[in-house]
Structure formats: C-alpha cells, structure tokens
Design a protein around this ligand. Sequence first.
Ligand code: BG6
Length: 485
Amino acid sequence: MSLDLVLFGGTGDLAWRKLMPALFQAFRHGTLPQGCRIIGVARDDLSDTAYRELIASRFEGVELAKRPSAEEFARFAALLHFLRMDLSRPEDYARLAARLAERHAGTVVMYVATAPALFTTVCEQLAAAGLNAPHVRVVLEKPLGHDLASNRAINETVRMAFQEKQVFRIDHYLGKPSVQNLFALRFGNALFEPLWRRENIANIQITIAEDLGVEKRGAFYDQTGALRDMVQNHALQLLCAIGMEPPINSHADAIRDEKLKVLRSLKAWTPETLTQHVVRGQYAAGGSNGHAVPAYRDEPGVDPASRTETFVALRTEIANWRWAGVPFYLRTGKRLASRDARIVVNFRPAPHAIFRTPAGAANQLVINLQPKDGLELHLLAQGQDNRRSNAQTLSPVHLDLDFDRRFGAERVGAYERLLLDVIDGRLNLFVRSDEQEEAWRWVEPIQEHWANDTQGPRPYTAGSWGPSAASAMIARDNYCWHEEC
Ligand code: BG6
C-alpha cells in the first residue's frame, strides 16, 4: 500500500516536538509502509533538502536510544519532502493535488497540526480541491474549538468535507499504553468487573498533575486554561474509560457509544455544585525540581492580570444504576508537586470488622499512568509483629505490577501508536464528534459560571498540590486526595 502523509504545520511546534520523533520511531520499528512519503507543508520557503536538514537538527541532543545514526537518518530523510503552501489559497491546494497525483493513489493522511483557527479552512479547501475521496483520512489535533458552538461549527464543516469514518480526532491520552491497559484491565479480566460498581466502590480519583509550567505556550494557554486544555478532553476521556459499561465488542463505535453514554450521564451542574464542587487555581511563584520558578502571570505571553486557571479540581457523579452516588474527583494542574497521572479506585471498607485495622483502611486499586505505568492493588494482611496478641491487627500491603518493566521493549509511544492507527484506518482510540460535543456541553456551565464570578482563580504556590480549597472540597465528603491520606 502506498502512503502519503501530508503534515500541515510541518515546521510547527507539534511536528517538531511529537510527530517527527514518532514518525522516526515508526520508521525504525519498520511499521511505516515501504515507499511512503511524508510531505511537510508550511508557509516557509524550503527545499526538500533544507527541510531534511531542519528535521535532522531536531534529533541533535535527544537521548541516545531515540537518536538516529547518520545512516539511519539518511534513509528516513529520503521519505521527507516539503511543499510551500498558503493555506487560504485554492491554487496551493491544486499544487498539493498535483503532487499527490504523481503516483498511484494509496492511502493519503492529511494531518492538520496547525493553529485550530485554520482547521475549517483546510478542510473546506481540501474538499474543494477534490482531496476528500474515501482513501483520504484527516487527523485533527485538539483543541477542536473553545466552546460548544465553535466545536460544532468545526465539526459541521468537517462533516461537509469528510465522512465520519475518515476523521481521526486525536486525544493523545488514548494512545498512552497505560490507558489501553485500563481497557484491558476492565474488559480483558473477569476479576474486577463484578466489583466495579457503587456497592463496592466508595469514590474514584483521577489526577493528571504536571510539574511543568506553560513553557513557551503562554499566549496560547492564556486563551485556553486548564479546563479547556485538559479537563474537556484528557480527564473526561479517562473518566469514560473508568466508568463506561463493557462494550459489546472492540470495534470503534461500540467503544465510542459507551463513552458517549458516560458523558451523557454526568450529573448536570446546579448553582450550588458549581460553587461547591469546582475549584480553579493559578500558580504563584514557587519552586519546581529545586529551582525557583515565576508566577503564571509573569510567564512570557501571559497577561499580567490574567484570570486564566492553571489548575482545576472538581467533583462529579455518573448518574446511572452502576454509579449513582459515587463521587468522581478530577484534578489537573500545571506546576504541581510532581508529574504524576493516576487513577485511584477506593473500595468500601469491609462490612464487618473482626480484626483491628488501621483507621480508614480499605482496599484500593491504583492505576499509574505516568511517569510510572502499572497497577498497585492495596490489601490488608496479617503482619508478623503480633503473633502473641489475641486481637489481630492487620497491616497495609500492596501488589505492584510494573508494565514498563514487563513490556518495556515492546511498547510504543502515544503518537507513534496513534499515527499507525490512522495509517491502518483503526478508529478505536479516536474521539467521535458527538463525544466531543457532549464533553463541551458539560464543561460549558463551568465556563459561564467563571465568567460571571468576580473571585477569580485561587493562587497556589508553584510546586505544591494546588489550592487548599481542592482539599476542602473533597474533605466535605470525608475523603482526601491520595497523597494526603
Ligand atoms: C496537552 C496539553 O494536550 O497535554 C498540554 O495541551 C499538556 O498543556 C499535555 O502539557 C500533557 O501531555 P502529557 O502526555 O505530557 O501528559
């Protein structure tokens, strides 16, 4: 099968940071089809050779294991081409069509890694140039819009140009090996599913903590904030993966139908819950990995009076028979104490105590997403220190499964995995338009509430776990975040 991968935004940040390294790894692993062409598209005036040199410089200084040798890069570089385009000019799409027509049509992937404002233009122009035939797939990066209306407008245009099965909306969290393992854990093992319900589970916590600040993306981030950047997509996709019903099979729509049902079941916001169950924060100056770091408002590109949130914690419920009344706590933020993404499933305590147990002890399943990738099952066991005691005291112990160690050599990164899925036409790990719209519909009342709220985000010290109001929120239910308990 011949493959042409057209990379709109071919000199941009995403191509630079994520896509080229992922494509190179796929090349190294032998999973790119023979004779494939990667055509970088941008406004820059570059020859193929200059583009190859630019991409070569990307690999200088990367860790040894991921750096190509000169000979290896020369073979990879032979796949790289460049096309200068002004994305608003129809004649430039005609040139692209001519370039693609140079050889027999196989699969064509249009990867739109541009500023989101260009998504609709690119899709419209591709259709106008006849570049939307069934062998063409289009990949759209997040954020797709900044609210429900803008998301719908983009989806509307995309729908006019492409059929849904041609559209690959990326949420790179779904490509992470740990997230695929979450599906495997739930739907490939009989052990947990019977326990996976309100009768046994007290609460579920999803944390996506980053120690980084906004880096060089201050201007973009200041218009976006943590709710749009992380909650509307990554955190809600994790919530779906943990809360969904078992799909009838592993086909894309079977999985996406179940995720959609979770999003539709999320408890509607009320004025009370918006005030009590959502906390927003913004980092103040502090420390990160032993270095002093500036406040968010002092980051380049950020408005010095910005009210943009860099932290969100919220409590929600999935209103259905399986989950009614079980709190789901979601939390994400920049410049937190460490890079740590995990899902903690807190089971209810044993119904009747015949042993002495430490206060509050109960079983816990911890799904570590990153940087560690694995599972911990926390249990209570008979220790060795009380053999002579009549009243037996149990101690916490845990089983620890490290997926990196177990599967290390076979694992592929999120972008590599997702790119290969696009090439193979597998939609399982991509988000359908109705899921995306439902997620926007659910976050929109929070956006509106904040727009009318004079208080603004609560400051937290960079390097901490966020504002104390996030701890107060969960403490009202008599629970605590995993690192506090
Ligand atoms: C992106 C966000 O989608 O995800 C970034 O735009 C964030 O702000 C990133 O840093 C986190 O991804 P990861 O894979 O590093 O956890």
